[in-house]
Design a protein around this ligand. Structure first.
Ligand code: ZN
Length: 409
C-alpha cells in the first residue's frame, strides 16, 4: 500500500489540521517530503472544509464565509525540485472517502459569491448528489444519473515571492477599477481567515497578510476546474520554489465545462493517489508558462449529445464583439430553457449543466461581430428521450421535487 502522507478528519475543523492551508505563499512550510519516482496518497477536505452539509436546506450555501476557502492539502516537498523545472504529476487514482459518499452542488447568493448565471439565479440553492460507485444521482434533481469524471478542481505548486507580488498587484489594481461591485471583481488577501499550515509567529503573520487567495486559476495552475484533469492524467507543473511545494484539493466527482454554478461541481472530500517526477529545466526546454497535461485514457463513454449554440448577443439584445463569455452564457440559457419543457425547474436544469459531463466549446471567434459558443449535453444521462420530435416534449419530471432555496437574510 502506498503511504498516506496527509490525512483529514472530516469531523474536525480544517483549521486544526496543520497539513492544510488556504492561501498561496512561498513561506507556507512543507508538510511532507518525497523523492522523484515516489507514489503516495493525499486526503483532502471538500473545498469548504465541511461547511456544506448533506441536508435539505441551502442556508449553508447562503451563509458560507468564502474568505475561508479553499482548504488545500500540502504543500509537499519534492526533493531536488528547483525553480525552472517541470514537476510531473501522475493522477494514478482518485476517490471519495468511504465514510463520505456524497457531494454537493449549489448556487451562491449574488450577495455572497454569485456565479456564471447569478443575474438569473440570485439566491442560494443546493442539490445533494449521492455517490454510488462510479455513478451519481440526486434526490433534488430526478431523471438523471451519470458516471463520474472525478478530478481535483485545484492543484499546483507554490509561487515564489516575485510571482506572488505580481498576482497581488494585478488583482488589487483590478479591484480598484470598481471596488464596490457585487460580486467583486477579484479577492484581495484577507488575513483574519488565513490558514498558514504549520507556520507560526512572524511567518504566519506574513502569510496571512500577503497570501494570495485560492479562487482564480493562475500561472501555476491552481483553481483551474478542468474536468478532464481526471484520474489517469499526467500533468506538468511549472516549479517556482525549491522543493516545488505541491498542494491540492477541491475534489469534484463530476463537473460540466465551465463549472458554471461556482458552488460548484459535485464537490466532495476524498483522496488522490499520485506519483511525482521531475524534468530538470523543463520550463525553458518546452517553453511552458502555464501547466500542460495529458488527459485520462478512461472517460465516461457518452456518444450522443444535443448541442446548444449561443452567440455574443446578450439577454437584452445588446451586441458584444466576439465575446465568448456572453456567447457561452447564451448557450447555457438556451439549454436551461429547453430542459424546462421536460418538467425540470430552471434551477434543476442549471444544476445538471454544472455537474454532468457537459462539454463547452469555443466554436467560432472570428466571424465579426458574433462569437459562437456551444454546449454539448450528453443525451444518455437522462432516463428519457430529450431529443426534439414532432410529438413535442413530454413532461417526464412531474414536479414536487426541487432544489432547496434560501432567501437572503
Ligand atoms: Zn470545486
Amino acid at each position: 500500500m502506498p503511504e498516506t502522507l496527509i490525512k483529514v478528519d472530516l469531523k474536525e475543523s480544517p483549521y486544526k489540521n496543520d497539513m492544510i492551508h488556504n492561501r498561496w505563499h512561498p513561506d507556507v512550510p512543507m508538510v511532507a517530503s518525497v523523492k522523484p519516482g515516489d507514489d503516495f496518497i493525499i486526503q483532502t477536505y471538500d473545498w469548504t472544509g465541511g461547511y456544506i452539509k448533506n441536508n435539505d436546506s441551502a442556508d449553508d450555501v447562503r451563509d458560507v464565509d468564502l474568505t475561508t476557502v479553499h482548504f488545500l492539502s500540502g504543500p509537499i516537498e519534492v526533493k531536488g525540485a528547483e525553480p525552472g523545472d517541470l514537476l510531473v504529476v501522475d493522477l494514478l487514482d482518485i476517490g471519495a472517502l468511504p465514510d463520505s459518499l456524497w457531494g454537493f452542488n449549489g448556487f451562491f447568493s449574488k450577495k455572497n459569491g454569485g456565479g456564471f448565471l447569478t443575474e438569473h439565479f440570485p439566491l442560494a440553492q443546493k442539490s445533494i448528489w449521492d455517490i454510488k460507485g462510479m455513478f451519481t444521482e440526486s434526490r433534488h434533481v430526478p431523471g438523471v444519473k451519470y458516471a463520474g469524471l472525478i478530478h481535483p478542481g485545484l492543484i499546483g505548486c507554490l509561487p515564489d515571492q516575485k510571482m506572488l507580488d505580481t498576482w497581488n498587484k494585478r488583482e488589487v489594481d483590478f479591484i480598484a477599477t470598481n471596488p464596490t461591485r457585487v460580486p467583486p471583481l477579484a479577492n484581495a488577501p484577507f488575513p483574519s481567515t488565513a490558514h498558514a499550515g504549520k507556520a507560526t509567529g512572524d511567518v504566519k503573520s506574513k502569510i496571512a497578510a500577503e497570501g494570495a487567495r485560492t479562487v482564480p486559476p493562475r500561472e501555476h495552475g491552481g483553481n483551474c476546474d478542468i474536468k478532464d484533469l481526471s484520474r489517469g492524467s499526467k500533468i506538468y507543473f511549472p516549479v517556482y520554489v525549491p522543493g516545488a511545494g505541491l498542494s491540492m484539493g477541491d475534489l469534484h466527482f463530476s463537473q460540466g465545462d465551465g463549472e458554471i454554478t461556482f458552488c460548484g461541481a459535485i464537490e466532495m472530500a476524498g483522496w488522490l493517489h499520485i506519483k511525482v517526477d521531475l524534468i530538470k529545466g523543463g520550463m525553458a526546454k518546452y517553453g511552458v508558462k502555464n501547466p500542460i497535461f495529458r488527459p485520462s485514457p478512461i472517460t465516461p463513454n457518452y456518444q450522443n449529445y444535443l448541442i446548444f449554440e449561443g452567440i455574443s448577443v446578450d439577454e437584452q439584445g445588446q451586441q458584444h464583439y466576439l465575446d465568448v463569455h456572453v456567447a457561452y452564457r447564451q448557450a447555457c440559457l438556451n439549454a436551461i430553457e429547453y430542459l424546462t419543457k421536460f418538467g425540470y425547474s430552471k434551477a434543476q436544469a442549471y444544476s445538471i449543466l454544472g455537474t454532468a459531463p457537459v462539454q463547452g466549446h469555443i466554436s467560432g471567434v472570428v466571424d465579426i461581430p458574433n462569437a459562437c459558443a456551444t454546449l454539448y449535453l450528453p443525451t444518455e444521462i437522462f432516463d428519457f428521450d430529450i431529443m426534439p420530435s414532432a410529438a413535442g416534449p413530454i413532461k417526464h419530471i412531474k414536479g414536487g421535487v426541487d432544489m432547496p432555496l434560501s432567501p437572503d437574510k
